[in-house]
Design a protein around this ligand. Sequence first.
Ligand code: PLI
Length: 473
Amino acid sequence: MKRRTAEPYKIKSVEPLKMLSYDERKDSLKKAGYNTFLINSREVYIDLLTDSGTTAMSDQQWGAIMVGDEAYAGSESWQHLEKAVKDIYGYQYVIPTHQGRGAENLLSQMKIKDGDYVPGNMYFTTTRAHQELNGGTFVDVIIDEGHDSLLDHPFKGNVDLAKLQNLINDVGPEKIPYVCVAVTVNLAGGQPVSMNNLRDVYNLCHRHDIDVMYDATRCVENAFFIKEREEGYGDIAIKDILKEMLSYSDGCTMSGKKDCLVNIGGFLAMNDEDLYTRARELVVLYEGMPSYGGMSGRDMEAMALGIYESIDDKYISHRINQVRYLGNQLIEAGIPVVRPIGGHAVYLDAKKFLPHLKQEELPSQSLAAAIYLDSGVRSMERGFVSGGRNKITGKNNKPKLELVRLTIPRRVYTNDHMNVVADSIMALYEKRDQIAGLKMTYEPPTLRFFNARFKPLSSCGELMTITTSSATT
Ligand code: PLI
């Protein structure tokens, strides 16, 4: 008999949850313009909007908060954080930032010139926005499998070396300031990159004198998949796999709000001393002194410890398996989800879930809204709306994948919460033909998904054309 395992922690402090009635949820959704980003968190029952900054910290981290050194310069807490990054990630130089996009801003400003190209294994919203703000053009060099939601492939985040080589041949290496490799790839469904591919990308880039900068936001999750799926790594500790992965890069941007197990923070790391010297100058302008970079001393203490906690093999195994616990229930029920289940989230394929809606009728946005209406579970659109517009033509980008992300915060929910989510999605799937499309009524100029507003396209003006109360009233 296969013995079951449990969470590698016990719960010391609880936060009560409340579920609004169906009518209250309907009001709240209307007030939010059918955009789950605009719903008040107290009106949400289970919050799967994001795994970013939503982690439950450990008692050790909360204890460390009390000893944060809040000095403006030379904080001891910074020394703890810097030591943790150098020790676990292996880079020589570290610049703290308030969160990941702070690091993206510094890196993009320092390295990208007008007319440059920045290849990456699928875009991330803020990463691409900073690249474009600095005159760069993002070029997607992920393998084609990364765009095929139902295809099972162990490393769907891999870079297509031929696509990368072709770009280098076409535009010349001097037009490519660096290649941005995300480990794992958020918008592909939290899909990992293999060690072999990371090594090959590094070697290819270095033959052309091009730097490789990782988006290391979920690098520990990537290391887990390498341990599980790549030959030769099954018996190696996560921390050693991680070190090897990062050794095939020249630096990274990091959102500490994910794999560093904290609610705020980030960093930019590199091995190039000149780049570090420039970053020390620039960080003062945008984030703060190089000894805090937008974080408080207590944030830095918590993050230093979070970095060590994140590489515990038992923690990361439980984390990924909880995501799978939800995903596998949906797969068994025949619901179209991105396969294989990725590291931080289960992604519903909204095109397949709502085949009666055209992409312009915003199936992902509608499905995210319908899930909230059904059960108070908050998810996130990752499709047409997040895709934004082409910066030159102004046309909608129309991404191939039209997804709804059910993102699992770290150490926050139990598997019973996952069951409630699974039940809601299954119930909605039964009545999927009743879910209407949406139309954007307000479109912000940048990162429109955060603040856009919508209205239902149905003749009755409702999102669900038959407004029966769901099982969870
Ligand atoms: O939210 P930030 O600024 O700490 O990090 C930006 C960021 C960079 N890269 C990747 C892969 C991310 O996933 C990311 C932020 N992600 C968010 C907020 C999310 O909900 O997925």
